[in-house]
Structures are given as structure tokens and as C-alpha cells.
Write a protein that binds this ligand. Structure first.
Ligand SMILES: [Mg+2]
Length: 379
């Protein structure tokens, strides 16, 4: 399914002159910082770009055609030179006191894109006016309101709602797009457990976890923090039997979520270790020390050398090993875990933190080199 960025022009791509609010000469042409790098990234990620702009009175003596098209062509030429091509460009020429049926927030100009299949989860409207945010609401995609002192939101409009949110600049826009792009949601129901998981791997390092196993909630919170994820995980399992099914099925769900988010491996770092080489390749936790290494290889497997001497959080050492084995198998990555220490609680804390650090490193992407990180050409 195609996914789109519907992007306003003045005040969003280009600085809007505060006096006339018209970009009608080369002297008034100024790109906003970060526009090109973010749009280039978006194109590399497969986004289709659509410009939708009001140009009040274009073609009238107040705004002659020739004064618009010079700067507009310059904008398109600069974009072209960066590999940024626009799928569509739509200009409404009406004035706000005499709006045409096509003027934003009307969605009429976007109907060709909306009538076909569209991935609304990944699509956005980006603009600097409340009319852009109303357009986002009308077409059912999320709005990113680029704050502009020239156009404060009307009285009573909060800065962020369920349908749009305020952003300060294009760097923040790219971060949010990336967070949403690598997001997945998973429901898993068996006779033994119900698991609901939402995961954004390029997130905020925050977690809301409720599995009924307090220690596991704590571990997943550590994991999400160190991995930089935004994670929501709820599980209801047959804890009256024991912890096995819940721990196993949470491992399956998280592994499957990671595998989904690894379907596109372009530019992926692939390897990760718990530390910052060459300074340190280990993660200490008081007297415990963990070494963690991952390879997002597409092949699931666990090497386990963790010196657990007793049950932790109610789960035996064998069950913890089974959990990580399940996670690596379902996530289709190679996982090496080694940890030594006296306190089994500390050992697992070190392992989960180290795993978070390692996955964070392995999930890094270089979008300027969007190649599959393997001499085989596929993973
Ligand atoms: Mg604007």
C-alpha cells in the first residue's frame, strides 16, 4: 500500500515572508533547515510526496504568474538535485475571503490519492496552519503542525491532539516519521495467554508493561529504555499454572514484532554489542558482568552462558534460557549471552540492559548507504 506525505509549501518548506506572506521573488526564497535531508530520507523510505498549497490570488495583478513560477521552479530544481521528486503538486489560487471548493482544508485536491489504497498509518499531513491540521483530520491521517509564530492555532486548539501534534523543526519531523515507520502492533491469543504489544524501535526509551510478572515488567522497562524503544506490552496468562506460558508467549510476541520490523534491512548496521567498542564491550551491574552480541542475520539462534544459580522473578534458569531462545528464534537473530556474577537478579538485569544496548546499535541505519548489509545481497 502506498504511503504519502501531503506537504504544505509556504511556512513549511519555505520561510514565509511576514509582510506579504508571498514568495514572489528569488530574494524571498529561503528553505527551512532540514527540509531537504528529511525529504530525501522519506523518498528513500518509499514515501510519495504531494505538495498542496494555497497561493492566494495567483494569476491576478496582486500575484502575477511569473513572480510565482521562478521561485517555484527553483524549489523543484533543488529538490530534483537531491533526488526528491514530487508525485503531485496541487495549487489552489483562491483567496481566504472567497475560498474555492478546493481550498484547504477541503480534501478535494487529494481525492486521486485517497480513493485508491493508502497506508494511513504511515501517511502524514505536514503544515504550519490549522487548516493543514483540519485537512489531516478530514482525510484520516496524522497531522504534524510545524509551529509558526505567524499562524498560531486558533483559540481553544491544543498544541497536540489524537489527530495532530506540534513539531518544532524538520529534524523532529524525521524522528517522528521514523518512529511511525518502524512501528508494529501485534495481538496474540491462545488458550493459555493473551498478548497485546505495540513497538516502535526508534522511539523514546519508554515502556508501559503489565504482564502479571513484576520482575518481567521491570526487565522489559530496562530493555526498552536501553534499546530506545517505545513499547506497550500487556499480557494475561495462566499464571495459576506457572510462569512458563506467559514468559514464552511474551518472548514469541516480541520476537515476531522485531522480525516484522526487520523485513526491510536496507542500510541496517546489523551487528550490535553491549558497549561502545573499543572502550568497553561489556555491561556491568554491580558485581555482575554481561557480554551481549546480536547479529540481525535472519537466522534465529541462542548461545547461552549465563551463570544463573537460582530462580529469578519466579522463573527458573531453564525457563529464562527458554525465553531468550524463543525471542531469538522468533526474531530471527543470532544472540550471544554471557554473564558472570553472584546475584542472579543482577545477572538478568545486566543481560536485559546489554541486550537493549546491542539491539539499539544493530538497528541503526545509514540511509545514505541503503544496501543490504551482506555480501550475499539478502538476509
Ligand atoms: Mg503554510
Amino acid at each position: 500500500m502506498p504511503y504519502y506525505l501531503f506537504v504544505d509549501r509556504d511556512g513549511t518548506l519555505l520561510e514565509e515572508p511576514p509582510d506579504t506572506q508571498q514568495i514572489d521573488s528569488y530574494e524571498r526564497f529561503r528553505l527551512l533547515a532540514g527540509v531537504l535531508s528529511t525529504l530525501r530520507w522519506a523518498v528513500q523510505m518509499g514515501y510519495r510526496l504531494v505538495m498542496i498549497t494555497n497561493q492566494d490570488g495567483l494569476g491576478t495583478p496582486a500575484f502575477p504568474e511569473e513572480r510565482f513560477w521562478g521561485p517555484q521552479r527553483l524549489l523543484l530544481d533543488i529538490c530534483e538535485s537531491e533526488g526528491i521528486r514530487w508525485t503531485g503538486i496541487h495549487i489552489d489560487r483562491s483567496r481566504s475571503d472567497q475560498p474555492s471548493p478546493y481550498r484547504k482544508p477541503s480534501p478535494l485536491l487529494l481525492l486521486p490519492y485517497l480513493e485508491g489504497s493508502i497506508d494511513r498509518q504511515r501517511s502524514f499531513v505536514i503544515g504550519d496552519r490549522y487548516t493543514d491540521m483540519r485537512l489531516a483530520e478530514r482525510i484520516g491521517v496524522r497531522g504534524l503542525w510545524l509551529e509558526n509564530p505567524l499562524h498560531p492555532l486558533p483559540q481553544g486548539w491544543p498544541a497536540s491532539t489524537d489527530t495532530y501534534q506540534r513539531v518544532a523543526n524538520w529534524a523532529e519531523i524525521q524522528r517522528l516519521l521514523q518512529e511511525r515507520f518502524f512501528f508494529t502492533e501485534l495481538h496474540r491469543t491462545t488458550t493459555e495467554t493473551q498478548v497485546h504489544l505495540q513497538l516502535a524501535v526508534y522511539g523514546q526509551g519508554e515502556a508501559q508493561v503489565c504482564t502479571g510478572i513484576g520482575f518481567l515488567d521491570h526487565m522489559f522497562t530496562l530493555l526498552a529504555h536501553h534499546a530506545g524503544w517505545t513499547l506497550t506490552l500487556q499480557a494475561q496468562g495462566d499464571l495459576e499454572v506457572d510462569l512458563h506460558h506467559t514468559l514464552e508467549d511474551v518472548g514469541i510476541a516480541l520476537g515476531q514484532a522485531l522480525a516484522r520490523l526487520l523485513e526491510d534491512k536496507r542500510g541496517l548496521a546489523r551487528y550490535g554489542q553491549s558497549g561502545v567498542p573499543p572502550i568497553c564491550r561489556a555491561l556491568p551491574m554491580d558485581e555482575a558482568l554481561a557480554l551481549v552480541a546480536v547479529d540481525l542475520s535472519g537466522r534465529g539462534g541462542l548461545r547461552w552462558e549465563v551463570a544463573l544459580s537460582e530462580a529469578v522473578g519466579g522463573a527458573s534458569p531453564t525457563l529464562w534460557r527458554h525465553f531468550f531462545e524463543t525471542l531469538a528464534r522468533e526474531g530471527r537473530f543470532t544472540l550471544h549471552l554471557w554473564a558472570q556474577g553472584l546475584d542472579s537478579h543482577h545477572l538478568l538485569e545486566a543481560v536485559f540492559k546489554g541486550l537493549g544496548r546491542a539491539l539499539r546499535q544493530a538497528f541503526q541505519r545509514d540511509y545514505s548507504q541503503p544496501k543490504i548489509p551482506s555480501t550475499k545481497g539478502s538476509l
